[in-house]
Design a binder for this molecule. Sequence first.
Ligand SMILES: C[S@@+](CC[C@H](N)C(=O)[O-])C[C@H]1O[C@@H](n2cnc3c(N)ncnc32)[C@H](O)[C@@H]1O
Length: 332
Amino acid sequence: MDIQYVCPKCHSPLVIQNNLKYLCSKNSNNSKCNAEYEILNGIPRFTEISNYAKNFGYQWNKFDDTQIDNRKTRKLELSKDRLFYQGDWDPVDLRNINILEVGSGAGRFSEVILSNTSANLYSIDYSNAVEANSKNNLSGNQDRFFLSQASVYEMPFPNNSFDKVFCFGVLQHTPSFDESIKALISKAKIDGEIVVDFYRIKGWWTKIHAKYLLRPFTKNIPEKRLLNFIENNIDWLISVSDILNKIGLHFLTRFLPIVDIKTTFPKDLSTKERREWAILDTFDMFSPEHDHPQSFSSVESMFKKHNCEITFSGIVNIPDGFKSNVVRAIKK
Ligand SMILES: C[S@@+](CC[C@H](N)C(=O)[O-])C[C@H]1O[C@@H](n2cnc3c(N)ncnc32)[C@H](O)[C@@H]1O
């Protein structure tokens, strides 16, 4: 491991004890940190196990391989295309460098980095989705894949460490977008690159949408109940959504409490997979504690405020029709 874990609270080096926990080494005359971090199921935990992101832990452990490109039963290229198009990277650009991934979920992008590059990958997630990522990606990669449970606000790495930092599908789900951007930048080296994607606020109408109208209620429903409810209703919702798309009324699907199937799914999913993706992504819409979309200009301002140069800000078109809102920046 090239980058050693440090205490997320006081930034002192950590010492591993019997492969069971990390202990903070800070023990000066004036102060002692005393922090201990458990290693559970082989994964260091730098945060409380349960927190505001527990819905994601539930979701990614239920649907642990749904969105992974390389499954035994089929191959997709969506996560691979998203990673390389959004970063504007070629796998050779990522050879032997240190990459930080924040909010890795079940590890769809971890898998792409590990299968297509020789980079060292340090991935964190705030929820116990790290269990799903570990199941999908740890085996065979222990020498260059370092996975831990941690928050973007208290990361177990020294500042100015990483060549590249990416954070996909996460920032809108954190309590402070600006503080999260600041934290990502703090871990990049000078001249290191940070790439993020996010839900976009397009105008006053963005929040006139079934998701934003219903979330204040649905986010408080216990995960199991919400998932059951979605599973019991998904078939008619898919049918109505398909009819609206077929007759050219896609814009009306925003009033249906189901994910936008037309613009977010790969085209070649089987009917069974399409149903599974619809359940997962609809749960992902309605369960998070936080959902704070942003404009390009506000995200650009956040990067500039924290001393970065913007190299790209705009929509990235991914093959298969998927579109992402992306900002790339270099730390100065
Ligand atoms: C919609 S999921 C996206 C996961 C993955 N990047 C993907 O695209 O499949 C958002 C993830 O962000 C994580 N997350 C939310 N708040 C976080 C925080 N403060 N620090 C780190 N991860 C966080 C959640 O636990 C969840 O796994």
